[in-house]
Design a protein. Structure first.
Lengths: 338, 313, 269
């Protein structure tokens, strides 16, 4: 494994790639706006340049539509990749993803309920409440199973996920009209259409809160490589570590799902890809997964909103189209190495 | 009722006799060949467009059940359709449909004939129940771009099936006349047909009723180049086009008022000229799909459009 | 009192008593061997010392400090543990695994090992003879090599108390002698070492003090000469053996004769 200078170079490279991607992606879109005009208007809003070079509507396209969406994509990609990495090591299951605690199924149910009762604009609130409810129920069931340990919480989460999925399907079948089918499907696949500044800020707040907690647990996650006893003998309070990480991951995932829907594959594939490159040292794996996840999400969402102009695809379709073959390649690579 | 009176009067006043249908009548419908031995006597209609078409031909007494209606009947047909038996608010199941002992099922959407709906067409054919899918809604065989002529052809085909050629011809002629009297708006305005969607707008595209109606109105459809009936577009594309007029589909589950509220509260769309100046045209949902209501709806929209005061470009 | 002192330690799991009033002393700077048949409770005793199994009653103290009661972070700086077998699904190199021993000394925001850490890791790798393996992935190693990596990891913790559970079980003969020699030298430098052993001859050669356990209780403890007697071996292990002393040798050698299945041995199981 490479030493310090190589790691620093990798970080620098990824950050540069992220900033470059953001700069470029915000200039893409169905509306014909040149890159200089795009950046002119952004700088104007930031108070750094003179007047906006665009008409008020095209200015709104850049500042109200594209920029928050780019920021949200970066944040959600980073958050889901981080959550996925943590879930994989906590459950010692390479197929784990951020939605394991029933979070995305609960969020889906909440979102569908809000949509079908006419509060379509409040779908993110419904999604977040749904994910909290699913988590709460999972913990309750874990207690009933004889004491809430993290592994029982995860098992209970799987049950809740199945239950919530069934309830969601029933609701959809029972009361959805043609219009809401489309919105629900788009949400279930994961979509960043219509992301507002409010959404982007929420994503960043969730990241700001949960990322430090998770990153500071990197040491404990490393010690955890050989199991509970080994970690305890290295001085790590396993139970506290598990609960802290579960809580942080649940909160982070809940917000990401509420804003972007159940975007798949990012939380599953990005950790594996990064692990292949840098190994399982979590103090390095976690931050790098975030950076790679952010860049991946940004480009897939940019593709989703520009490739089939004027159509917009739900971004979950693109992440699946890329993620599934990527996962296959990673599995093949694992096989060759072991 | 008025239409029945009108057609009878026309019959009385007209000279030559109308063609009676010779049975067996075989026709191609949405990839299937259907043969009628006689005019159907017990009909189930699914979706408002199917119900309304048959009511307009004065065939309401033959309808034994309706399903998946999209809204109340228009005033002209309300009396005729008042006592129709509603089988289900949504898609009725096969058993419920067959319980009415129908000999003909007329579906407004092709998906109405699924195994978990009215039943699959070959299965129904074997049971002796004839089926018909509104051509504009056919998915297995892609229909050509929708035109009023295609709608008139569907009306004519129904007339043949039910040996009601006179009523069909009368209806078609009357609609043709209204349409001919309509002059497209000369102002060269652009429009977006906003059907549904909050985060991403679902808009009328180039090949179905929205495009047909907008062309007749003389409006340039922003998404008219897309070869589909409707398309999931992006707000960015809508805002970039800054349409002069927005057509809003008014459905019971998604009223026009709700759409107006959404448009005016969204920070981006609230700046659109059409939103700021409230330049909306409103069309009820059942009239927004291919059927007998398209022509009256187009006339109504034309009136709304003429009333809008839009400065010249 | 220095060294490890266990006083009447009892561990229960439900109705079963796994450790029954175990008392022993492991002198500071000495190598103490825990011997006994499978299921005697050796692993449980070691785990209890680390606070991994709760004591129902009794005490475990090291240099006067209550060991299971310590804050885990502080205890990890004092005492290192090598499990019987350690596997992982994670993609870690040998160097990464050995570096884990420095975790108790690192802060949460430290993402890379310090220079001091790196030196200790390198020294441990060389001491255990695995410096050529440093960049190999851990899970590609054989069982014996993995065991040596774990020992190297324990060494980087610079422990005053080193607890090892069957550290030589997968090693070939040369490696066994190398590792035990290394541990002896550590003991001479002041580290207290407690290891659970299977091989009585190795225990006799490398341990200063032996503790014999059977069915959760201590049957005898003392020097190898005192403990390794044919009667005890028959009673505890169910084998007939002869104890031999080579001229000039400091420790006894056990020569096994046959398995004993007579009534006297069976009764005491």
């Amino acid at each position: 494994m490479p030493q310090r200078p190589a790691y620093l170079a990798a970080y620098a490279g990824l950050w540069a790639l992220l900033l470059a991607s953001a700069t470029i992606a915000v200039t893409f879109g169905p509306a014909e706006i040149s890159p200089t005009e795009v950046w002119g208007t952004i700088l104007h809003h930031l108070g750094m340049a003179g007047d906006s070079p665009l008409s008020h509507l095209r200015d709104a396209i850049v500042w109200q539509l594209r920029l928050p969406r780019v920021l949200a994509a970066l944040g959600i990609g980073a958050g889901l990749a981080l959550a996925g990495t943590v879930m994989q090591v906590l459950t010692r299951n390479p197929l784990a993803d951020p939605y394991l605690l029933g979070l995305s199924s609960g969020a889906a149910l909440g979102a569908v309920i809000f949509l079908l009762t006419g509060a379509a604009l409040l779908m993110p609130v419904g999604a977040f409440l749904g994910s909290l409810a699913a988590l709460g129920l999972a913990l309750l069931i874990a207690r009933l199973l004889g004491g809430a340990t993290p592994s029982r919480a995860i098992l209970a989460g799987i049950c809740i996920a199945a239950l919530a999925s069934a309830a969601t399907s029933l609701l959809i079948f029972w009361s959805a009209t043609g219009d809401s089918y489309r919105e629900i499907l788009s949400w279930l696949l994961g979509s960043l259409s219509g992301t507002t500044w409010g959404d982007a800020v929420l994503v960043m707040l969730a990241l700001a809160l949960c990322t430090p907690i998770i990153l500071l647990s990197g040491r404990g996650l490393d010690a955890f490589a050989f199991g509970d006893d080994a970690a305890a003998s290295l001085g790590i309070d396993i139970t506290r570590l598990r609960w802290t990480l579960l809580a942080a991951t649940a909160l982070l995932t809940g917000v990401m799902v509420a804003i972007g829907g159940a975007i798949g594959f990012v939380g599953l594939v990005v950790p594996h890809a990064v692990r292949l490159a840098v190994g399982s040292r979590h103090r390095v794996l976690l931050p790098m997964s975030m950076l790679v996840g952010a860049i991946f999400m940004l480009w897939t969402d940019t593709a989703a909103r520009t490739l089939f102009d004027p159509r917009e695809l739900p971004v979950g379709i693109v992440t699946a189209l890329i993620g599934a073959p990527a996962f296959l390649l990673i599995l093949l690579r694992y096989r060759r190495v072991t | 009722m008025r239409l029945v009176v009108l057609t009878t009067a026309l019959l009385a006043l007209s000279g030559p006799a109308f063609a009676a249908t010779t049975y067996p009548l075989t026709l191609q419908n949405c990839g299937a060949e259907v043969t009628f031995d006689k005019a159907p006597a017990r009909v189930v209609t699914i979706k408002s467009t199917a119900t309304e078409l048959l009511l307009s031909l004065g065939l309401g007494d033959r309808i034994v059940g309706v399903g998946f209606q999209d809204g109340p009947l228009p005033e002209a047909l309300a009396a005729a359709g008042a006592s129709l038996k509603v089988l289900a608010d949504k898609l009725p199941s096969q058993e419920v449909v067959l319980e009415t002992d129908p000999d003909f099922i007329y579906g407004g959407w092709e998906s109405n004939f699924a195994a978990d709906g009215a039943g699959e067409r070959p299965t129904l054919e074997q049971l002796g129940v004839k089926t018909y899918v509104a051509p504009a809604a056919c998915r297995t065989v892609k229909p050509p771009k929708l035109s009023f002529d295609a709608i008139f052809a569907e009306i004519g085909e129904m007339g043949s099936i039910f040996d009601a050629d006179a009523a069909a011809t009368a209806l078609v002629d009357s609609q043709k006349a209204s349409l001919a009297a309509l002059a497209p708006d000369p102002r060269g305005l652009t429009a977006v047909w906003y059907s549904s969607g909050t985060k991403a707008p679902y808009v009328g595209a180039g090949s179905n009723a929205p495009a047909m109606i907008m062309t007749a109105l003389g409006l340039k459809n922003v998404f008219g180049d897309v070869d589909d009936g409707w398309v999931a577009a992006s707000w960015e594309a809508v805002v970039d086009a800054n349409p002069d007029v927005i057509v809003l589909v008014d459905a019971a589950w998604n009223p026009a008022a709700q759409k107006i509220k959404l448009l005016s509260e969204n920070p981006i769309t609230s700046q659109l000229d059409a939103v700021v100046n409230q330049r909306y045209l409103i069309i009820p949902f059942p009239a927004s799909e291919a059927g007998v209501r398209n022509v009256p709806a187009t006339l109504d929209l034309a009136k709304q459009l003429a009333a809008l005061n839009i400065p010249a470009k | 009192m220095s060294g490890l002192v266990v006083g009447n330690a009892t561990v229960k799991a439900g109705d079963r008593t796994i450790l029954n009033r175990v008392s022993l002393t492991a002198p500071k700077g000495g190598v103490t061997g825990l011997i006994g048949p499978n299921g005697a409770g050796k692993s449980t005793l070691i785990a209890a010392m680390l606070g991994l199994r709760r004591l129902s009653s009794g005490t475990i103290a090291f240099n006067g400090t209550n060991l299971p009661g310590m804050v885990p972070g502080e205890r990890a700086k004092l005492c290192a543990y090598v499990e019987q077998s350690a596997t992982t699904a994670e993609r870690l190199t040998v160097r990464d695994v050995v570096a884990l021993g420095r975790v108790p000394f690192q802060t949460a925001w430290q993402t890379m090992p310090s220079g001091h850490d790196a030196l200790l890791v390198q020294a441990a790798l060389e001491a255990i003879g695995l410096s050529a393996f440093a960049t190999r992935l851990y899970h590609t190693l054989s069982g014996g090599e993995q065991q040596r990596v774990q020992i190297a990891r324990a060494l980087t913790q610079e422990p005053q108390l080193l607890l090892l559970d069957e550290p030589t079980s997968h090693l070939d003969i040369q490696a066994q002698l190398l590792v035990l020699d290394l541990l002896r030298r550590r003991a001479e430098a002041g580290c207290t070492i407690v290891l659970a052993m299977h091989d009585l001859n190795l225990a006799a050669r490398f341990c200063d003090h032996l503790v014999v356990m059977q069915a959760g209780a201590v049957v005898a403890q003392g020097s190898p000469d005192a403990i390794l007697q044919p009667d005890l071996l028959r009673q505890v292990y169910g084998v007939a053996a002869t104890i031999v002393r080579l001229p000039g040798s400091a420790h006894p050698i056990v020569v096994y004769d046959r398995a004993e299945t007579d009534a006297a041995a069976a009764k005491l199981d």
